[in-house]
Design a protein around this ligand. Structure first.
Ligand code: AMP
Ligand code: MG
Length: 513
């Protein structure tokens, strides 16, 4: 394969250059807008009448090297709502395609999102700054390009909680009320969300060019994605294969992390899967309370395609679509290219299983490298028991952590309705974990870091949204504050640890688009 074309850097994504902006405005870079014109449409955000800041993420702004005071000023607010474009912004809507619930859609694209540009953060990384809900684009199809307040708050809460939980994710820089109503099943207050991402390149972005047999576009996109996310692949014998394998590894790890936390993405369509390995598109997602492997929340996921335990299957399916899209770049000979794609895809299972098992070993206080196969069988047995006993997933692992730290058994055994099951299970756990062994202290540190005290439970998210619709942001702000430090006990936020009462349980979530 020595004659394979090497990935070239089409865009200089060089070292951080800090521009000094006299207005304290944002020093935008626009590397994506330098890609060929059919990669995007140039658009202008719509003006809104009466914008009001809901929340600004000052910590994130600092990481991005942005001036917090300027962002909070009337000029900053004008940018965050799309009313005023800072110098240097070149707003675009990105083109992409995708498989939605298995059905091919050759053109989707940013229908209600506009990329203002990129910034170079103080950490040396490049970030997209995107407005979600700021009006129609050429990809809007029948939609209004707007967002209602509820989905904006949900994305803010969930994406910031995921970041705090240590999961790669897009971030929330700000949420702004537009001062206008949007029409859904009923009229709802409109809002604009400022999303920050390592990039918005999706599996579906590759599918877009592949679907049009545009091999040059595919190559330009792959070169760009390699330069931006996986520069080490440039030095590989087969850069595009290396790229594919790196995306597969990143996604396998991501999906395992979701599962360790009881997170269900809900809409794992190929247009909602990044090549960076960040969680994106917080639509009908949720953390589960009582554990069940087939748990689904999304109102549109009728067949459980994206249920908790099916997420690795869905991820593997999506990554196979990415591999297919990359075939024209993988080798000159189609059979060679297919063999390369298949070999890459075959690595998913090992990557996923490795992360999945290691994460559960950490959650249970087991040795990171395991012991015997029976320990792995104990993990699946534990999950079966949790489902049978309808035990709250987060509380179970946190109570186990407390017990392992010397707490008493009662708080954990109280989670079981069948005490014999608990006694059997507990004896086996103690035998494998050996909590009295001197080196257990190290494993306790890992347990604490793997088992959060607080997650943004669905009923709390719903409560925050419903209260916000009455004009009161107290519950929203408090929930965001409660999930900033999810692994630390904090009596001030004790109510967020609790499982919902039967009346509080939220069974379904909606995209709200
Ligand atoms: P999602 O389900 O959020 O991944 O969105 C799927 C597709 O629908 C994307 O192309 C979105 O840009 C588009 N879309 C979602 N909501 C709207 C809306 N309100 N207006 C226009 N396009 C939308
Ligand atoms: Mg999407």
């Amino acid at each position: 394969m020595a004659d394979m074309p090497r990935a070239k850097t089409v865009i200089a994504l060089g070292p951080v250059r800090r521009k000094i902006s006299p207005m304290s405005e944002i020093a935008f870079e626009n590397s994506y807008a330098r890609l060929p014109e059919h990669f995007y449409a140039k658009v202008q955000p719509a003006n809104v009448r009466n914008p009001q800041l809901i929340r600004l993420n000052a910590n994130l702004a600092v990481t991005l090297g942005l001036d917090v005071d300027w962002l909070a000023s009337p000029d900053g607010l004008a940018m965050l709502c799309g009313n005023r474009l800072p110098a240097g912004a070149e707003p675009i809507a990105q083109a992409y395609a995708g498989h939605q619930f298995g059905g091919w859609v050759p053109q989707l694209g940013d229908g209600r999102a506009i990329l203002l540009g990129e910034v170079l953060g103080t950490d040396g990384h490049r970030y997209d700054i995107q407005l979600k809900g700021s009006g129609r684009t050429p990809f809007s199809r029948g939609g209004d390009g707007k967002a209602a307040l509820g989905p904006v708050l949900r994305e803010y809460i969930l994406s910031e909680a995921m970041a705090a939980l240590g999961v790669p994710t897009t971030r929330a820089l700000a949420a702004v009320l537009s001062g206008e109503m949007v029409r859904r099943e009923q009229a709802l207050p409109g809002a604009i969300f400022t999303r920050v991402a390592s990039s918005h390149i999706r599996v579906g972005t590759f599918q877009y060019f592949h679907g049009q047999s545009d091999t040059q576009g595919l190559r330009d996109l792959a070169d760009y994605a390699i330069a931006r996310h996986y520069p080490a692949a440039q030095n590989s014998e087969q850069p595009y294969r290396a790229f594919l394998e790196l995306v597969i590894a990143a996604q396998a790890r991501l999906i395992a992390q979701w599962m360790h936390l009881g997170f269900i993405h809900g809409v794992m369509n190929t247009d909602n899967m990044t090549v960076s390995g960040e969680t994106i598109d917080y639509g009908p997602c949720a953390f589960m309370d009582a554990f069940h492997p087939e748990k689904v929340f999304s109102s549109i996921d009728r067949n459980g395609r994206y249920g908790w335990g099916n997420q690795p299957v869905a991820g593997h399916w999506n990554l196979t679509r990415l591999a297919e899209a990359l075939i024209p770049l993988l080798a000159d000979d189609v059979d060679d290219a297919k063999a390369t794609a298949e070999a890459a895809i075959a690595t998913f299972v090992d990557h996923f299983s490795d992360h999945y098992i290691r994460g559960f070993r950490a959650k249970l206080g087991f040795k990171p490298d395991g012991g015997s196969d029976s320990n792995d069988a104990f993990i699946s047995g534990t999950l079966t028991m949790l489902a049978e006993q309808k035990i709250d997933y987060t509380i179970f692992f946190r109570q186990l952590t407390k017990l392992a730290a010397g707490g008493d058994k009662e708080a954990l055994s109280a989670q079981f309705f069948d005490s014999n099951s608990f006694d059997d299970w507990f004896e086996q756990w103690r035998e494998i974990a050996q909590p009295s062994a001197p080196e257990f202290a190290k494993r306790l540190v890992m347990m604490r870091a793997a088992n959060p005290v607080r997650i943004p439970r669905n009923h709390r998210v719903e409560e925050a949204i419903q209260q916000a619709y009455t004009g009161d942001l107290t519950a929203f702000n408090r929930l965001v504050a409660a999930t900033v430090d999810p692994f630390e006990e904090n009596s001030e936020f004790a109510e967020f640890e609790q499982a919902p009462t039967p009346e509080q349980v939220v069974c379904q979530t909606f995209c709200g688009t």
